[in-house]
Design a protein around this ligand. Structure first.
Ligand code: NAP
Length: 336
């Protein structure tokens, strides 16, 4: 079966996912597009999806009889309305992170999906599909004993002018929030944020770098440096310290050189390259489940927990290092 897909939001990631579905993966075809900027949808149609119909609104796209499943890749503040509409229509929906702009919004999606009674939502936490994280999880689950500490870093060379201190959590650290819950099979109970002296490239609206310390229900402590103007490259680090040994996330494949009396390993500079292969795997997972009329992978519950946790981390940016408690409602049986 070919799953007929509609894409809402045809900017950077929407265009890339459309390319993936029409040109890389089997099992899906882009048949519908919508964007507040119609010219953007028309341009994607001309370049990648000539057979697609361009709809004036996301709601019309979701309601179309010719659309089996939906990708929501518009701005984060608009995700909730489209995901709720897709659930109401009973159609599988892949939603880029964040699931919703607020934890309350994510809760409304969880409630709607639970009321529907079957999974329809996959959230775009693609690190769970990265070969390096998958290999790390296998070792953490089987070889190093119970995890005690995680040391991690999320470093970007630079960020746009409008990027402020809370965005380091909502847009950047959100990926760590999700992947560490999955990696450790655990939930968070508290968050602390510590600010070292500001780096020279920080500014009034961006305190950079920052260190986030999450404590889990099982007592593991995860300390992550977020440094979004580190200048030297896009660098994701993760080391898990267990009872019996240590496991590290592998570096991305790169050609090592011995040149000019120097041993060299290039470091990526663009985040798009770091997890490029994982997007293929995550969308393949979506297509397979959508063909069965359901969803797999990261759930609406995972999106909701990520939203609660990021809100706690943002609050902790203003408590001078004091912990902020994270308490989760009971997990519905649908997400057991
Ligand atoms: P982008 O390039 O700005 O694209 C978003 C598109 O959505 C734009 O074309 C925008 O229109 C359109 N749009 C805004 N409001 C809309 C609405 N109500 N209905 C329909 N279309 C609407 O942003 P992006 O980088 O692709 O990011 C999109 C989402 O994906 C964000 O939530 C982001 O966090 C997420 N993302 C995730 C990853 C990941 O690694 N998982 C990577 C990148 C992005 P105009 O700009 O023309 O007004």
């Amino acid at each position: 079966m070919t799953v007929r897909i509609g894409v809402i939001g045809t900017g950077a990631i929407g265009r890339d996912h459309a390319r993936r579905i029409n040109q890389v993966l089997a099992g899906g075809e882009i048949v519908a597009l919508s964007d507040v900027n119609r010219a953007s949808a028309e341009s994607l149609k001309a370049d990648i999806a000539p057979a697609a119909e361009v709809f004036a609104t996301g709601e019309e796209l979701i309601a179309s009889q010719g659309v089996d499943a939906v990708l929501v890749t518009s701005w984060g503040t608009t995700h909730e309305q489209y995901v709720l509409a897709a659930i109401a229509a009973g159609k599988p929906v892949f939603c880029e992170k964040p699931l919703a702009a607020t934890a309350e919004g994510a809760k409304r999606i969880v409630d709607a999906e639970v009321a529907h009674g079957k999974r329809l939502v996959q959230v775009g936490f693609m690190r769970r599909y990265d070969a390096g994280y998958v290999a790390l999880k296998q070792v953490v689950d089987s070889r190093i004993g119970a995890p005690i500490i995680v040391h991690a870093a999320h470093r970007n060379p630079t960020v746009p002018e409008q990027y402020g201190t809370p965005m380091a959590i909502h847009d950047t650290f959100i990926h760590e929030i999700d992947v560490f819950r999955w990696l450790l099979d655990d939930d968070y109970v508290s968050a602390r944020v510590i600010f070292p002296r500001a780096a020279a490239r920080a500014h009034a609206r961006l305190r950079d770098p920052q260190i986030v310390i999450l404590e889990t229900a099982k007592g593991t402590v995860i300390e992550t440096e977020i440094f979004v103007n580190c200048h030297y490259g896009y660098d994701i680090q993760c080391e898990v310290v267990g009872e019996d040994g240590i496991a590290r996330l592998p570096e991305p494949m790169a050609i090592q050189t011995r040149l000019g009396a120097t041993l060299g390993n290039p470091i990526l500079t663009d985040w798009k390259d770091r997890f490029i292969a994982s997007y293929d795997v995550e969308l393949n997972d979506f297509l397979k489940a959508a063909a069965e009329g359901t969803a797999s992978g990261p759930t609406a519950w995972d999106g909701y927990v990520a939203a609660i946790t990021s809100d706690a981390c943002v609050s902790a940016q203003d408590t001078a290092g004091e912990p902020v408690a994270i308490s989760l409602p009971e997990r519905p049986a649908l997400y057991a």
